[in-house]
Design a protein around this ligand. Structure first.
Ligand code: DC
Length: 221
């Protein structure tokens, strides 16, 4: 049986940074499920489909193929035969992913892909509903969060490093809106699984968070 670690939490909590480091230390494959929702969102943006138009999205869903491959240990996301790993990182794609991940046709399309990956290999999978819906039997479940202020400041610093002009108040507003949407949707909302360990990284270093999760994994092995 494969060993599964689920990490859920709001946008900007540092899930992917942490999960990649834990994966490296423990020899797991890192699966970023947000990237799958982003690939579908990119397809819909290119087709100029409105995020509100559920029936148009449902009618297009079977035209979309999302594949996950690994290159030197790094996850690559393929959309209809095109590697879109970099293109899906834009802010607009993330917002579209949040808006369109509310639909059951979108979620059910990705569920089996995610469960198949975890059944075959030891994975650390991050997202919003991994501990609650995708991998309810995961050996370790983490709910990783941080205050809105901390998450906005981290995002601001990242954008500053890339010389992107931005306003911290706009970032905070964006984070609050995304949190609300992800936590209040009808299907598989973001919430802490009953058996998940809460880790608030607001006042923790990356190393401290990684060590905390690694020790929980070792305990359950
Ligand atoms: O983790 P991320 O920011 O790349 O995710 C983008 C959006 O995708 C997120 O706002 C909500 C959605 N998502 C989801 O609904 N379920 C997941 N397991 C992962 C992401």
């Amino acid at each position: 049986m494969s060993f599964n670690v689920a990490i859920d939490g709001p946008a900007g909590a540092g899930k992917s940074t942490i999960a990649k480091l834990v994966a490296k230390e423990m020899g797991y494959i890192y699966v970023d499920t947000g990237a799958m929702y982003r690939a579908i969102a990119l397809y819909l943006l290119r087709r100029e489909v409105s995020a509100d138009d559920e029936s148009a999205i449902a009618s297009l869903i079977n035209d979309i193929s999302v594949e996950i491959k690994y290159q030197e240990g790094a996850q690559q996301v393929w959309l209809n035969g095109e590697n879109v790993t970099t293109k899906i990182r834009q802010e607009a794609v993330g917002n579209m992913a949040s808006a369109t991940s509310v639909y059951s046709c979108v979620r059910s399309k990705l569920l089996s892909l995610q469960q198949d990956l975890a059944a075959k290999t030891d994975v650390i999978m991050d997202g919003r509903d991994i501990g609650t819906c995708v991998l309810p039997n995961a050996q370790v479940k983490i709910y990783l969060t941080a205050s809105v202020k901390t998450r906005a400041q981290r995002r601001y610093n990242e954008l500053q490093e890339k010389h992107v002009t931005c306003d911290i108040n706009d970032i905070m507003k964006d984070i609050e809106e995304r949190d609300y949407r992800d936590m209040h949707r009808e299907i598989s909302p973001l919430k802490q699984a009953e058996d998940a360990i809460l880790v608030d990284s607001s006042n923790m270093t990356i190393e401290e968070v990684v060590n905390c999760i690694v020790s929980h994994c070792k305990e359950r092995m």
